[in-house]
Design a protein. Sequence first.
Lengths: 259, 292
Amino acid sequence: MADLLAVQAAFAAALRDRAAAPDATSCLAGDPALAARRLGIYRANVAATSARALGAAYPVARQIVGDEFFDALARAYLAAHPSTSGDLHEFGAAFAEFVAAFPHTRSLPYLPDLARLEWAVHRAYGAADATPLDPAALAAVPPGRQAVLRFLLAGGTAVVQSAHPVARLWEIHQPGFDGAFDVDWSVAQSALVAREGLRVTVTALAAGEAAFLSAVLAGVGFGDAAASALAVQPDADLGGLLGRILSAGLLAGLSFEDS
Amino acid sequence: MKLAGEAPGAATMTMSPATAVGIGLRQPHYREAFERRPALGFVEVHSENFFHEGGASLHALERAREAWPVSLHGVGLSLASADALAEGHLARLKRLVDRIEPALVSEHLCWGGVGGVHFNDLLPFPYHRESLALLVERVERVQETLGRRILVENLSAYVEFRDSEMTETAFLAELARRSGCGLLLDVNNLYVNGANFGFDAQARLAELPGDAIGEIHLAGHHVGEDGLVDTHDARVAPAVWALYAAACRRFGPRPTLIEWDAQLPALDVLLDEAAQAAATARDATARERSDG
């Protein structure tokens, strides 16, 4: 009797590659031709399930390339990066790097950054609920300690830096968007992904703001984060940005670099 | 609301009453279901859809939990995989169970992946002593971790294995006896397999221990060229209603769920199917009482 691992390995190989079906059908009862066709039902299910999961994580990419192309893209992605978890919400983590290298999406140079943005949105949706910090705690920081102040941002907060107008692309493909369907392709646009309460928001960031928040998310203190922002954008309005972060409830905690 | 069997370590897991009928609650129906709060015995969701740490999905499930008893139905634990048990997956299931305090927790008699690759599908395997020993150990481990009994569901399948030494129903009966787990009898799956493999589904009911059955599933299937396919995208077929009536006559009423996952219809269609399940169970058990 073949052990369970051998049977499952043969079955798995047949699901990944039709050419491997004979090894699997030799483990199956009944008419081998019928068993081979029925293995195909499983193969089709796996393809459909993974395309659906990928489309749920990347709804804007799906709209942009179209359903038919997206399904083909999903099949190629599945072959290159099969699911490794029983939780399909984790499937698709490498899609941005996949489309960046995929020959048939080279004509869409913004697609990898857009995919990174959509993955950040996907992750933010299920991030832990955060309790916003009382703004008084920020006001109470002594001026001499501000440079080493670290901001802890709410779970799901992410910055996606891009040379393309990804925040705008995301915005105009949202359900219910009824504004003008136009994009200024000359604009480099980074995006802030955030969970505001239960809602996931995407907002465009100026270059300095993106540099500042990326540094903050990496655990850099306020002094060095501000310096990196002003280096790329001397007129960056970090006070205004902090005000927006506070009012959106994204500041979840404070600590200091030296303690 | 505290249901019998919710407490960790409870020896039995029964949903009261046994005549409860419920529906699979899916995201497109949330708004309407929360507004109308239909009188359902319970609702069921896929556990993995709520493995998040926070956010809108979990918030919706907590709202559902305020309105109805909730059943958590896992689709990704891969109990029968030759790979090691996915500890991270089990830990997230435990976190969810602790948070929601569901009335029922169920998993499938299947594997979903091997060699580190997951197919996110419910795959069959040979039913023999080796696989039975593995399943007993796994189910015990899951029940120990969750601190409660789970239900294990029979699978719809399109292929059978040469190495099988027993039927799936006999395998489940032995699994329940040795691990102490309950069973989730999917009547549509049993019917689909009977048609696909040429056995008498009603006769197989006799192999199941009635006391262990904690829930029944009903769903629609598709008649394909190479056999029946368990699609969960249609009303329950007449022959499946007949098999359900036979199960009710044999086992008495059990909490029964209408599962509908693809091409989701209006909420009212699901409620109508649930009402038909209640009526079928009532008629079948009344007839049984008057016959007996």
